[in-house]
Design a protein around this ligand. Sequence first.
Ligand SMILES: Nc1ncnc2c1ncn2[C@@H]1O[C@H](COP(=O)(O)OP(=O)(O)O)[C@@H](O)[C@H]1O
Ligand SMILES: CC(C)(COP(=O)(O)O)[C@@H](O)C(=O)NCCC(=O)O
Length: 241
Amino acid sequence: MPGRRPRWLLIGNSRWHWALAGVGGGSSGSSEADLQFAHLSPPASAVEPPLAWAAVGAVPSEAALSAASRLQLEDVPLAGSPPWLGIDRALAGWWAARLSGGPVLVADAGTVLSLTRVDGRGRFAGGRLMAGAALQLAAMGSGTAGLPALEGELAAGAEAWPLATAAAMRRGVVEGLAAAVREAGRQARAQEPRCRIVLTGGDGPTLLPLLRRWPELGEDALVHHPELCLEALVALRPAAP
Ligand SMILES: Nc1ncnc2c1ncn2[C@@H]1O[C@H](COP(=O)(O)OP(=O)(O)O)[C@@H](O)[C@H]1O
Ligand SMILES: CC(C)(COP(=O)(O)O)[C@@H](O)C(=O)NCCC(=O)O
């Protein structure tokens, strides 16, 4: 259909992440500078067909996504990926290592905080998984009698030691996630001193200022790259010229 702007989709466990080619469309529309991004709740009906898509979250049949345009793990050229690796981790690890030109530790602060290492030879080198912020807050709310169910966007809040329960829960979760990224980064850099920590995912903006407090995570060691996974998807399946 003339005039339709190419789009790409990554289905996460909380949200659907879209990249949309700029008004130029065509080949320029898939350059990183010419993309728009949207992170939306899962739709309840058919969606505008993406040029390419990938999923780690549930894929509802109502969305009417074509199997032919689905990117699979084996389409991502990350050496050493085991067949069970989440395609979002493979995309992020491959693209971060390629952009950085050296070893990386990707910290994707999404539904799950996934830490994904790619070594200096560009090979997947393992990682760590832990419950992300919204999951941690939900677990505290549902697993206790005295804590509230907290929803909505995560914010660290201004207070380091909140008196109020909800603020203390949020602060505890944010500090815990940031500390986990810091310690993983420290260990990865002890093994490979050139290793960069690349932060992405929905809670990346909240974690970034906390991570920046630590001098060892200066500009050179820590990079915030919010749209890492989508950019990788676009790089692997660019729009036709
Ligand atoms: N509108 C939102 N809906 C859901 N999560 C959000 C929203 N805004 C920020 N977040 C944060 O983003 C995290 C989920 O990250 P996201 O990258 O969307 O996950 P996924 O890729 O797994 O779908 C949650 O822990 C939550 O704190
Ligand atoms: C770890 C994940 C749940 C992260 O998903 P997300 O939080 O980005 O929605 C996903 O990458 C996944 O289902 N991985 C499969 C197991 C693995 O990577 O080892």
